[in-house]
Design a protein around this ligand. Structure first.
Ligand SMILES: NC(=O)c1ccc[n+]([C@@H]2O[C@H](COP(=O)([O-])OP(=O)(O)OC[C@H]3O[C@@H](n4cnc5c(N)ncnc54)[C@H](O)[C@@H]3O)[C@@H](O)[C@H]2O)c1
Length: 489
């Protein structure tokens, strides 16, 4: 699908105020009084996936009425009920393709907060219609889709932001400043860990055919499936639990990777990894015979990604990810009774450098440095942040995106965004590399009385060309087959 006739008139106006003089429906600002915002100064926002996290995303972008919410798209009226009540003037849709068709010129920007398998196709449809997008993390379901969105943002000159709100947390700015001062020296190892999955995962594929909830028609279940392989409705998929199934979700890495890998990726200015290796937890319901559930993400995994030296860090880096509750061991430099990162948190980040260790919790919270020569640094309470929206919900991550749209593509507020696709694209590809390895680890062929697992090895990655160079079967996970009727581009 090529970009259709873009309706840029409203957007251009928002950006430049071109119609301000001589346009009959504009009332001069001085007539309206100080502080009054003419309706035409406001962005017209739409939400795709208005329940769950989507409610917060569209509410934060709306910013207590600073913008308009003109359309809500969701496949389940029960999930979307809170948003429908909060934005009674918004038109309600269940198919985002119909929404863009019917409201072509009436939407400026869209928040996308569906399950992961719909992010790519919904965002591409929006961008091809000329809409700015805020897309939840991980940016997409697979590496290929992420690359396409990253390129589309530049091609169509759209202002984008991924929903890893910790990117706007001043804690990350503090970490960059500490690293740039050389406090921890050169980093060679990074640990990142999470307690996810915290939903059913590593379990057998659900059977039976439960009734659809009354809030969801058969047609809307079909829309939920979107580009994925068709399966019957089951409460183990929708809502929320889709996370544990490769058809829809991206497992523990997809859920927390974009939050937790973000600080080291940003601080060390990493690019595409060059190698990935993993092992995954097994489940036994019979002696000696592990369950084999290729449809489901594993109950735990341990992944190592290798990055070449970067401009900022003159040494190769190993990044070690663990999930399912497996954590790294306490380094000697951190007092035994002290939590690593955020007190009591089951998620964290630790960067081991030649002169010290830097740690933080989720979203870059409570950053700290432990120096080899002795001493510890914490973020001062009166830390001076560049983020003017710091006190807004989610550090103003959505508001900054809205302001950048109004400022215009390529202008200073756009450049200051902390997770536009130029940054969050490569970050997401890195996160999804881990999933590629995990899925490859499960590939097996019959051999004798058992199986041969050819993908259980170190995989070499050519990031520019999106290709595993030493095990071709793994390349099937770079992209996915789309269900008939659904196409990315
Ligand atoms: N940044 C964060 O802190 C954070 C937190 C939670 C979730 N998320 C992300 O938000 C996204 C949604 O997660 P969730 O927990 O809200 O899931 P959820 O299942 O609770 O909600 C998803 C919503 O999307 C709707 N939906 C599903 N398919 C749709 C389609 N094709 N078109 C329109 N609407 C559709 C559902 O009906 C539901 O209202 C995920 O990508 C997740 O990773 C981010």
């Amino acid at each position: 699908m090529e970009k259709q006739t873009p309706d840029n008139s409203r957007r251009d106006f928002i950006k430049t105020g071109l119609f301000a003089a001589g346009s009959f429906f504009i009332v001069p600002r001085h007539v309206l009084g100080k502080g009054f915002k003419a309706p035409s100064d406001k962005l017209n926002l739409a939400s795709i996936g208005a329940g769950g996290k989507g409610f917060g995303d569209i509410s934060n972008a709306w910013n207590n009425g600073a913008e308009n919410v003109v359309a809500l798209c969701d496949v389940d009226t029960n999930q979307a009920a809170r948003a429908i009540k909060k934005f009674p003037n918004a038109k309600v849709f269940s198919d985002f393709r119909v929404m863009f068709e019917q409201m072509k010129g009436d939407i400026d920007a869209v928040t996308i907060s569906t399950p992961d398998h719909v992010h790519g196709i919904a965002a591409m449809t929006a961008m091809q219609a000329g809409k700015h997008v805020y897309v939840q993390k991980p940016l997409t379901h697979n590496i290929y889709e992420t690359r396409q969105l990253t390129e589309a943002a530049r091609k169509y000159k759209l202002v984008t932001q991924m929903g890893n709100q910790g990117a706007s947390n001043p804690g990350q700015q503090q970490m960059i400043e500490w690293f740039n001062k050389g406090l921890i020296g050169t980093v060679d190892t990074v640990y990142v860990w999470t307690n996810r999955p915290v939903w059913p995962q590593g379990i057998p594929v659900p059977t039976g055919k439960p009734e659809l909830p009354p809030s969801m028609s058969k047609e809307n279940w079909d829309l939920f499936i979107g580009p994925a392989d068709y399966v019957d409705y089951h409460p183990l998929y929708h809502p929320f639990k889709w996370r544990g199934w490769w058809n829809f979700g991206t497992g523990a890495l997809g859920d927390m990777g974009c939050h937790l890998i973000d600080p080291p990726f940003r601080v060390l200015e990493l690019g595409y990894p060059t190698e990935v290796e993993c092992s995954v937890g097994q489940v036994f319901t019979k002696d000696w015979q592990p369950e084999f559930i290729p449809e489901g993400c594993p109950p735990s995994s341990h992944v190592q990604l290798k990055f070449p030296a970067s401009k900022k860090n003159k040494k190769e880096i190993k990044m070690i990810w663990s999930d399912g509750g497996i954590r790294p061991f306490h380094p000697d430099l951190i007092p035994a009774d002290e939590s690593i990162g955020e007190e009591g948190s089951a998620n964290g980040v630790m960067m081991i450098g030649s002169k010290g260790i830097m740690t933080c919790g989720t979203y870059g919270l409570v950053p700290k440095v432990y120096l080899n020569k002795g001493g510890k640094l914490e973020m001062p309470k009166d830390y001076k942040t560049k983020n003017k929206n710091e006190t807004l919900p989610e550090y103003g991550h959505q508001t900054s995106w809205v302001e950048a749209i109004k400022d215009g593509f390529g202008n200073s507020k756009h450049k200051a965004l902390t997770s536009s696709f130029d940054y969050s694209g490569p970050l997401t590809e890195t996160v999804l590399m881990g999933n590629l390895a995990i899925r490859s680890y499960g590939l097996r062929t019959a051999a004798g009385n058992g199986f041969k697992y050819d993908g259980r090895k170190k995989l070499l990655w050519d990031g520019t060309n999106m290709k595993i160079t030493n095990f071709d079967d793994a390349n099937q996970f770079v992209n996915r087959n789309y269900r008939e009727g659904w196409k990315l581009i």
